[in-house]
Design a protein around this ligand. Structure first.
Ligand code: FAD
Ligand code: MLT
Ligand code: ZN
Length: 486
């Protein structure tokens, strides 16, 4: 993942909002007799200098800023347990942080919570090349895991544009979707085991490595997607899949969103079993890439583009199936131009068009990011409605997303934060989504940004149960406070 140098004016400093129920002072005073394992490596494992804390306090979008004065970097589950037990005893709030690539403000402290950074917990524990089950610490970077299992003939079930920075523990805690969801499904299906430190500091060992295990409540699911509010994930067992040796990517141009939908239907039918990704972007997303990152789409200009990836073991068969599918799409006029890449460097170049939109948008100034799922018939209507509502108040309205999963990323940009623009988008977009039984957060999570909109997707009974579960597991509310729950 590249980094964007040009950044945005911060639209709020979180410390300005609400009361601050957790007090950090006790930890500074008691640091000398604080967890013994840190004493010899203090400079690299206890971060206290304000300059060094900036990155722990600031999110990837540079729109949220916390005021933590302490970040700790444990190396083992036992160390995490010791930290959390200490914080529990002293009523200190904790913010678990992975690669800090989250897009909803979940990974940064809101006030002065102690950041527990998982980045030194990056050991591979075991890989079983007959079952494909990988066991590792939660701070392993996703791309490193992919490279490791690739060498053994496997692939990890999740892939996203932030793969070079995000950690598997962050992926699990957000139940990240990403670019291969259409093939391998959710992490709820692919996480086989977890080890978690509970808010009391106790270690919950669910590091099962058996595919089948029906022994009552499957507790690991509580931590998948709960965004660090119920426990700190320290180890995981992930199901990896045999890597298909032959991959092809097609990048296609469509003249209307109706054509995009027809394209998606035919691709699903004709390429079933081979399809690994089915993505889309609109021309405004392509313009953003061109203007901000000098990346051009590999075909002539169209209102919409569809990216398809297939993978299998037989290149001749793949080619035949792909050609049949593309011929049909051209005959039916759903596609007007296209290119196919089969060589790794070209495949990567085509993928960068889709993967780097987020980074290109960051360069524009302030970004209003939405991650919704909608029935396909309503998928693009909301973008047209938003364009009309926002009109010249915004620099751009852009849409891209995981077409195969009905997951749309609608984004608007302005040079600096504009409250009027925000009020024209929210809560309208959430109401629109909810009325159509869509999800207000298809993959990024609720984090800090969306807590007050949770009711658009969850009934009061569901929210009450979530609150009861939180109260049961974290009665003092020390773990990632102000996140997920309203
Ligand atoms: P962080 O951002 O550090 O944390 C995210 C949340 O998880 C926070 O609430 C944090 O407290 C919690 N957390 C982190 N580690 C732990 C742990 N070990 N134990 C308990 N809680 C923990 N998301 C998608 O779903 N699909 C995409 O396609 C996608 N593409 C992206 C592309 C780009 C360029 C960027 C910048 C982001 C993208 N994201 C995407 C969002 C983000 O990358 C994912 O949410 C990712 O899973 C976060 O991982 P992380 O390690 O960076 O977690
Ligand atoms: C993506 O699919 O590119 C990500 O979820 C990030 C984003 O929404 O910008
Ligand atoms: Zn996405």
């Amino acid at each position: 993942m590249g980094t964007a140098e040009q950044h945005v004016a911060l639209h709020w400093s979180t410390s300005e909002e609400g009361d601050r129920p957790f007090i950090l002072e006790p930890i500074s005073g008691q640091l000398n007799n604080y967890p013994s394992f840190f004493s010899s490596e203090r400079p690299t494992r206890i971060i206290q200098h304000s300059d060094d804390l900036v990155c722990y306090n600031t999110d990837w979008l540079k729109s949220h800023k916390g005021t933590s004065s302490l970040a700790l970097r444990p190396k083992t589950t036992e160390e995490v347990s010791e930290i959390v037990a200490y914080c529990s005893k002293n009523k200190l709030a904790v913010c678990p942080q992975g690669g800090n690539t989250g897009l909803v403000g979940g990974s940064i402290p809101i006030f002065d919570e102690i950041v527990v950074s998982m980045s030194l917990m990056n050991n591979i524990l075991h890989f079983d090349d007959s079952t494909g089950i990988l066991q590792c610490q939660s701070g392993c970077i996703l791309e490193n895991l992919e490279n490791l299992v690739n060498d053994k003939g496997y692939t990890v079930p999740v892939d996203l544009g932030a793969k070079g920075s995000c950690q598997i523990g962050g992926n699990i805690s957000t139940n990240a979707g990403g670019l291969r969801f259409v093939r391998y499904g959710s992490l709820h299906g692919n996480v086989i085991g977890l080890k978690v430190v509970l808010p009391s500091g106790e270690i919950l060992d669910c590091m099962n490595t058996m595919r089948k295990n029906n022994t009552g409540y499957d507790l690991k699911h509580l931590f998948i997607g709960s965004e660090g509010t119920l426990g700190v994930v320290t180890e995981a067992a992930i199901l990896c899949y045999p890597k298909n040796s032959e991959t092809a990517v097609a990048f296609l141009g469509c003249n209307s969103f109706g054509d995009v939908l027809s394209c998606a239907k035919i691709v699903r039918q004709k390429l079933s079993g081979l399809l690994t990704s089915l993505e889309m972007l609109d021309n405004q997303a392509a313009d953003t890439l061109r203007d901000n990152l000098k990346i051009n789409v590999p075909i002539s200009e169209h209102p919409f583009y569809v990216l398809i990836e297939i993978s299998g073991s037989d290149s001749e068969y793949n080619e035949k199936k792909l050609n049949e599918c593309l011929t049909l799409l051209m005959e039916k006029n759903h596609v007007n131009d296209g290119t196919i890449a089969t060589e790794l460097s070209r495949i990567k170049a085509v993928w960068s068009v889709r993967e780097r939109i987020t980074e290109a948008l960051l360069q524009e100034g302030y970004g209003y990011k939405y991650d919704i799922s909608l029935p396909l018939n309503d998928f693009y209507k909301v973008v047209e409605i938003m364009r009309e509502r926002l009109d010249k108040r915004v620099t751009r309205c852009v849409a891209y997303g995981h077409l195969g999963d009905g997951n749309l990323h609608f984004n608007a940009t302005t040079r600096t934060f504009d409250p009027e623009v925000l009020s024209l988008i929210e809560p309208f977009i959430y109401e629109y989504t909810s009325k159509r039984n869509g999800s207000i957060s298809a993959e990024h999570g609720i984090g800090y940004k969306k807590t007050k909109y949770l009711h658009f997707n969850k009934t009061q009974t569901a929210i009450n149960l979530m609150k009861s579960m939180k109260a049961l597991m974290d009665p003092q509310g020390i773990l990632n406070p102000y996140k997920v729950l309203p």
